[in-house]
Design a protein around this ligand. Structure first.
Ligand code: CMP
Length: 828
């Protein structure tokens, strides 16, 4: 009991230290981990010294407590590692990361192997221990801790892609290095002759199995989200359990890599849950996890640093020399990968170009951290590894972590300055000035307004405005954006801003919960593609990516095939309805973007560029409107039902917001509030249901719409219905292709098609038919027939054609007549 109290006391005291160190690190412009490690080492050193000093008993007791604070390494690995890895993975945007999959995998996996090999081989001749032990040390120090580099990169506004690269790399290389570490440790402790093939096989199984486990675990987690009914505390609790569940089941029950499983689970869960959680739910989750990672990271650092005096134990000069070799080998390994292996990828267009200065920063910024320390600790506890082997590994690994923290960590910022990476590019500088000028002018005007409102004397207002005037003067004297950067650059800039805004707007719609998560996901993905398109290929890239949404998704095509070949209608109706939803949101977003362009971008980029951007946007709007109109024309009741549902959900959202603010202001009590909330929830659920779309493919109704069949008697109609099949054609679909064999002809019940002849196009509408010529003369199709709108058609297959004509002489005569006009004659 007493021990537990002391333990809690010490941990709390350490947390106080960690919290104070964060602002201090910012003040000193040092990575947080560097300070944490420094303080940890200092505390440990102080307690060791205090133990030797007699006198003040209280201090002695504290020192004893601190040095008695022993954690075994499995605690680190089991308690902290899953949380750290999961959080790192959770916040990574997997889809964007996949675009850089090649360099990330190279840096993460290949680099870990290279580092393990280079370091192992460099130390082997000098260290006096077996090669496997040297390789083990290599794998321990192969993982990098990205926090410091990422923090600085964010600070200096490094390209977002580079930040993603570093984050993705370190996440995966943790997983890879730990997996290699365990395989090597197993070889050493089992005492068997190292079998390379077996080792490689083990490693592959570890990695593959871990990946699979991570995917399955995360999928299950995502599937459980709807059960939690949007309760964010419940959602967070679920995610807190997830990494530990996959970690423990992987490592202890399934014999696959737990770390890999956790990392993969984080990635998959992050990607899958973002659109299933409400935006505020996601923000909450993100914040809680940031806190968890901060706590775990801080504790690991301090606690591990406390162990440093013990780990270092007896250090000799020889160890110091080895450490220098290790440092050099690690730098060489990293430089090899960055400078030799990355360029070919860039040449193959698998990776964005990374400038040499950034490569240097990445080489120098490869700090090692908590994971390395935890692995070093676990070597001290491993049984079956010799005393000197153990000592060398822990001393060197710990020494190396300290070296990277205290030498690389403290010099990283100066290095970046030296390379000039902290200077804004002229383009960014120009934008900064422009944005600053606009917002300063805004502030100045609002000061004026407030002063007038409160009837302050004009002198007061002027005194406050004066410094603003001076600053506006200062930033605008550098010249306007129009003078400083070319039209082309400004257009690209505008397109990027639009794509960014589009993402936000889609997310706002997600917040309103007006459409389902998978539609939002599709729109978000497309917004991401648009953003990248604009960045890499300007207006062409932007438009190309924007058009992607018009294409029919795979699920749609599959549903259509089911309808066409098996007569199954339901999935198609669902897909058509979804498309409706998607274009509805898309159109709303585009209308907002057009306003954003004229309100926010015009003052920044100039009239000419804003006009051009406006054209791009209205082009997109036209396409969406066209798609919506096409649906609305064919299914007007559905269009109305959908718009109603959309508005109804919006209204429910607003209702809830009102109740919440009434509750917060204390105007209504808890009970009433809960009651109201339940009411809204119930109606929300009702509104959630997508109205059923009737594709209107009922055969009898379709037949009744074709005038040609009007003269038929009821029993003839019945017979007719047996041979005809109903079909839906989609706008722009080429329903018949020139040269194909004719298998059927079609009567149009609703909608319009176009016959594309070499010299002209002929429009056909309700009551017309097409596809008869190939059936009459057995030749190939004579023209393309393209649907202009959604069309309902009645299909008469070639097998039934002759019989049908014989049974219906009137209709047969009409078909002959038309076919003859079109250029074929039937030989009866
Ligand atoms: P088929 O040749 O089977 O496939 C293409 C169809 O386009 C053809 O049958 C006719 O139904 C239609 N078509 C071809 N030429 C003309 C034309 N000149 N006027 C109207 N329709 C035509």
């Amino acid at each position: 009991m007493h021990d537990l109290i002391i333990f809690i006391l010490i941990i709390s005291a350490l947390l106080v230290v960690a919290s104070l160190l964060q602002p201090l690190a910012e003040r000193l412009r040092l990575p947080h981990s560097v300070l944490l490690a420094a303080v940890g080492v200092a505390i440990a050193a102080a307690s060791v010294t205090l133990l030797q000093v007699r006198g003040v008993p209280m201090l002695r007791e504290a020192a004893e407590a601190v040095s008695g604070l022993s954690f075994n390494s499995s605690t680190y690995i089991l308690v902290f590692l899953p949380a750290l890895l999961f959080q790192a993975a959770l916040t990574i945007d997997v889809r964007r990361m996949m675009e850089d999959a090649a360099p990330i995998l190279l840096l993460a996996v290949v680099a870990v192997f290279v580092a393990t090999a280079v370091i192992g081989l460099a130390l082997w001749p000098l260290a006096g221990v077996p090669l496997v032990v040297c390789l083990l040390l290599g794998s321990i120090v192969a993982t990098t801790d990205p926090a410091a580099v990422v923090a600085i990169f964010r600070d200096i506004g490094a390209p977002a892609r580079l930040v993603r690269l570093v984050e993705g790399e370190s996440l995966l290389n943790d997983a890879a290095a730990i997996a290699i570490f365990y395989v090597l440790l197993e070889i050493i402790t089992s005492g068997d002759e190292p079998d390379l093939l077996m080792g490689a096989w083990d490693l592959a199984m570890d990695l593959g199995g871990g990946t699979l486990l991570g995917i399955v675990g995360a999928r299950l987690g995502v599937a459980m989200i709807p059960l939690l009914r949007g309760r964010r505390t419940a959602e967070v609790t679920l995610t807190l359990a997830l990494p530990y569940l996959v970690f423990v089941s992987g490592d202890h029950f399934l014999g696959v890599s737990g770390v890999v499983a956790v990392a993969v689970a984080g990635l998959v869960f992050g990607a899958g849950s973002r659109s299933r959680l409400s935006p505020s739910g996601w923000a909450y989750l993100d914040a809680v996890w940031e806190q968890v990672a901060f706590l775990a990271g801080s504790l690991v650092f301090i606690l591990a640093a406390l162990m440093v005096p013990k780990l270092l134990g007896t250090v000799s000069l020889h160890d110091g020399l080895l450490l220098l070799v290790l440092v050099a080998a690690a730098l060489v390994a990293r430089a090899l990968v960055l400078f030799l292996l990355l360029p070919p990828l860039t040449l193959l267009k698998l990776s964005a170009k990374i400038s040499n200065s950034y490569k240097l920063v990445l080489t120098w910024g490869g700090l090692r951290g908590a994971v390395t320390l935890a692995l070093a600790l676990s070597v001290t506890e491993a049984r079956g590894i010799g005393g000197e082997d153990q000592r060398i590994v822990t001393v060197l690994a710990t020494g190396f972590v300290l070296f990277t923290l205290f030498i690389n960590g403290t010099t990283l910022r100066p290095v970046i300055k030296l390379l000039g990476l902290n200077r804004l590019s002229p383009l960014n500088q120009a934008i900064r000035n422009q944005v600053l000028a606009l917002s300063l002018a805004d502030v100045r005007d609002s000061v004026q307004q407030t002063a007038t409102e409160y009837e302050f004397p004009p002198t007061v207002a002027r005194a406050v405005q004066k410094p603003y005037d001076a600053r506006i003067q200062e930033v605008t004297s550098a010249g306007s954006l129009e003078e400083q950067i070319s039209d082309r650059d400004r257009i690209v800039l505008g397109l990027i801003a639009l794509a960014n805004r589009e993402r936000q707007l889609v997310l706002e719609h997600h917040g309103l919960q007006t459409v389902s998560g998978d539609i939002i996901e599709g729109l978000l993905r497309n917004a991401g593609e648009i953003y990248d398109g604009a960045r890499t290929a300007g207006r062409i890239g932007y438009n190309r990516a924007a058009r992607k949404i018009l294409r029919l998704p795979r699920a749609f095509r599959f549903a259509y095939a089911l309808h066409r070949w098996a007569g199954i209608e339901r999935p198609l109706a669902r897909q058509v309805a979804k498309r409706f939803d998607k274009f509805l949101v898309r159109r709303l977003v585009l209308e907002e973007l057009i306003r954003f362009n004229s309100r926010n971008l015009k003052p920044l980029l100039g009239v000419r560029v804003a006009e051009l951007l406006g054209e791009v946007l209205s082009g997109r709007l036209d396409a969406s409107t066209k798609a919506l109109d096409a649906l609305g024309l064919q299914y007007p009741e559905y269009a109305e039902a959908l718009s109603q549902r959309f508005l109804r959900k919006l209204a429910l959202r607003r209702e809830m917001v009102h109740f919440e603010s009434l509750f917060e202001d204390g105007l209504i009590g808890q009970e009433l509030f809960e009651d109201l909330r339940r009411g809204v929830d119930a109606r929300q659920k009702e509104a959630e249901r997508r109205p059923k779309l009737d594709l209107k493919l009922d055969k009898v109704a379709l037949i009744a719409q074709v005038p040609l069949f009007n003269t038929l008697a009821p029993d003839e109609l019945k017979r007719l219905a047996r041979v005809l099949r109903s079909r839906l054609a989609l706008p722009d679909q080429t329903f018949i292709r020139t040269g194909d064999r004719g298998t059927a002809m079609y009567f149009i019940s609703s909608g319009a098609v176009e016959v594309v002849l070499p010299d002209r196009r002929i429009r056909l509408g309700r009551g017309d038919f097409f596809g008869e010529m190939a059936l009459i003369d057995g030749g190939p199709r004579r023209a393309d027939v393209v649907a202009l709108t959604y069309c309902t058609l009645l299909e008469l297959r070639s097998g039934d054609f002759e019989k049908f004509l014989k049974a219906n002489p009137d209709i047969s005569g009409r078909i002959d007549e038309v076919a003859q006009e079109r250029g074929v004659k039937r030989v009866a």
